[in-house]
Structures are given as structure tokens and as C-alpha cells.
Design a protein. Structure first.
Lengths: 175, 175
DNA sequence: TTGTTTGTACAGTTTTTATTGTATAAATAG
DNA sequence: CTATTTATACAATAAAAACTGTACAAACAA
């Protein structure tokens, strides 16, 4: 017969394991996914030393882990009066994590793409007048591809904006 | 003075490098990102042997690479009359890639989550009657957290559906 | 049928990423 | 000011992932 403590642990373990798996989809290694789950179930913010204790891992790993999680907006650093150590708490509002994570990622993608296109397009444009007919044709085709890419990234930018200003929730309400 | 062929190569390289970087955000290693770019700029579908030649990598790597890219909906396997080898072409419609990629990923995430919650919730519910007051209180708090998670995943499911049926493009038009 | 071609499984290797322990700088306490 | 505490930089190690060559099974050709 299991104690109630053990049952609670069992229930939390099911969620923790799932979180470690799903965060893997976001480029977070499983161990750091479990670190997130630890914060998710914690009653309050935790210090690096408490996390180290809870996870049975080195403090260095906790330090790099929380930095990654904070960077991806899955956790926040918080401040508490009289507490000298850094404190971290899970972002339990998944809507906020979603918005912050994808806005950042997609914005970066858009930026990199537009930058590369801005460099490549003038070269291709020039080549559409090439004496070399094979190059000329390829350049023309490439221009079309880049034009399509730009259209997509314009759309993605609009999506990012609607996430940032919350208008997406007019279209797909939170219930 | 550069030849026009070299200029074309230069322009394509800028895009290729960018693609290798951005596909990294999607869990695709840079070399496989360049593999995608090779198909993206190719005039037509390519075989594993042609890719091997173009990339200067082993055929085995090409085989595993295209499998990953196909699985993530960045490329398609195509069939051509009289050609015995497998042929692959890039999905140049980024809208389609976006929809297919995120529908699959988010669907999987929703599924895993709902499954874990379905297992954990009954245990927690039982514990809300625990004699152990500390456990009882924790179980109650956890129930609230899971309830919020469910709300988010319901929303995400609606988003996936609106991507699948294209209704998202009523809200955010392609232009 | 037999002989080729084609894609991939598998084992071994290289490369990259994750993890740790130690050392140290910055911040705080006394 | 000096002591201590705290987080992290850094180098070393462990683990995971990417990549290759070989071997082989399935598909096709003759």
C-alpha cells in the first residue's frame, strides 16, 4: 500500500516525464525539462542550491539550465526581500510562454531571412541580364522563389504581431 | 572579376547559409539544412546519389537526412516515370511547410499532455481527500495547475484545427 | 533464374553537446 | 576593511548525436 506522499509523487512523475519529453520538442534537453517540472510543482521560487538538491545534479548545470529556460521564457527570475540568492519560478501560464517563445523564435527567423534576401536579391537581379543564358534563367527562377519566401515571411510577421498584441485571441478565444 | 556563375553561386550561398541557421531552430542540423537548400535551388527533383555528389557527403547521411526532412514536411518524395531511384524535391511553399510542421508537432504535444493529465488527475483528485493535510493542499494546487494546462492545450488544439482547415488565413490573410 | 542496382541497417568513428569540479570574480555581511 | 557567500567561467570528462563505410535485403533487369 502506497502512502499519500508516494501517490502525489507518482502523479507528479507522470507530468514530469511528459514535460521532459515535450520540452525536447523545443530544443530543451530532458534533464532541463525535469528541472522546469521541479519549478512547476514547487510551492514557491527556488534557488540554485535547492534545485541542485532536488535534481541531484551539479550547481553548474543548474546555472546553465535556468539560463536556457529563462532565455526561452519558460521560467522567470524573481526577487524576494531579504533573500540574497537568485530565485527562479516557473511560468505556469502556458499562453504567455507560447507567445514569448514563438515571437522570439519567429522574429529571429524573419530577421535572418530578410537580411539574407536583401543581400542575395540585388545580385540575382543583375544576373537576370546575364549573357550566360543558363545563369540568366536560373537567376530568374531564384528571384521567383525569393519573392515567394518574402510573402511567407510577411505573413509570419503579421502572425507574430497578432501574438504580441493579443489579437490572435480574438480569433481563437481562450474560452 | 567574378564570372556570372560565381555570382549566382554567391547569391545562393547567402540563402543557403541562412537556411542552415534557421533550420537549426527546427531541430535540423546545419548540414541537413544545407541539404534542404540544395533541393530548394535544384531545377528538379534529385536522387540520393546526386545529393551525395552535390554535398560531398556519404549516401547514408543523405538517406537519413532526406528521411528527417520528409518527416518534418520540408521536402517530398516524388515519382517520375521511368526513373528507378527515389526522387526528392523541396517543398518551396513555406506556408504548407509551416502548417504541416506545426500541426504535427503541436498535435503530438497535445496528445502527450492530455494523456499524462488523464493519468495524473484521478490520483490527485483522490488525494484532495487525504488525511495528510500537506499532501491534500499540494494536490489541490496541482489540480489547479493541470486545469490551466488543459485550458491552454484546448486552445492550442483550436489553433491546430484552424491551420489544418486554412481558416487562420481568413484572420491573417496571405495578401 | 541470375546479376545489378538501390536504399538502409548496423557498427565503428568523429564531432558536438551535456555535465561536472575547480577556480574566481562580484556581491554581501560583519 | 576582511570574511563569506553566490553565481558563473573554464577546462576536463561523459554522453549523445552526426557521419561514414560496409554489408545486405528488396526491387528490378535480363
Amino acid at each position: 500500500m502506497k502512502t499519500d506522499e508516494e501517490k502525489l509523487e507518482e502523479a507528479r512523475n507522470k507530468i514530469t516525464t511528459m514535460m521532459a519529453n515535450t520540452m525536447d520538442l523545443y530544443g530543451i534537453p530532458p534533464s532541463i525539462g525535469r528541472l522546469y517540472a521541479t519549478l512547476y510543482f514547487s510551492d514557491g521560487p527556488m534557488t540554485l542550491d535547492e534545485l541542485k538538491e532536488a535534481m541531484g545534479m551539479s550547481k553548474t548545470s543548474m546555472s546553465t539550465g535556468v539560463r536556457k529556460l529563462e532565455n526561452d521564457h519558460f521560467i522567470n527570475k524573481v526577487w524576494e526581500k531579504g533573500v540574497r540568492k537568485d530565485l527562479y519560478e516557473a511560468q505556469t501560464d502556458f499562453f504567455k510562454s507560447f507567445v514569448a517563445f514563438y515571437c522570439k523564435m519567429w522574429f529571429r527567423e524573419i530577421e535572418l531571412n530578410m537580411e539574407a534576401i536583401k543581400k542575395a536579391e540585388p545580385i540575382l537581379k543583375e544576373l537576370t541580364n546575364s549573357k550566360n543564358l543558363e545563369v540568366k534563367e536560373k537567376a530568374q527562377k531564384d528571384m521567383v522563389k525569393l519573392s515567394n519566401a518574402k510573402e511567407y515571411y510577411e505573413w509570419l510577421k503579421t502572425l507574430v504581431i497578432s501574438l504580441e498584441n493579443g489579437e490572435i485571441f480574438d480569433f481563437i478565444p481562450k474560452k
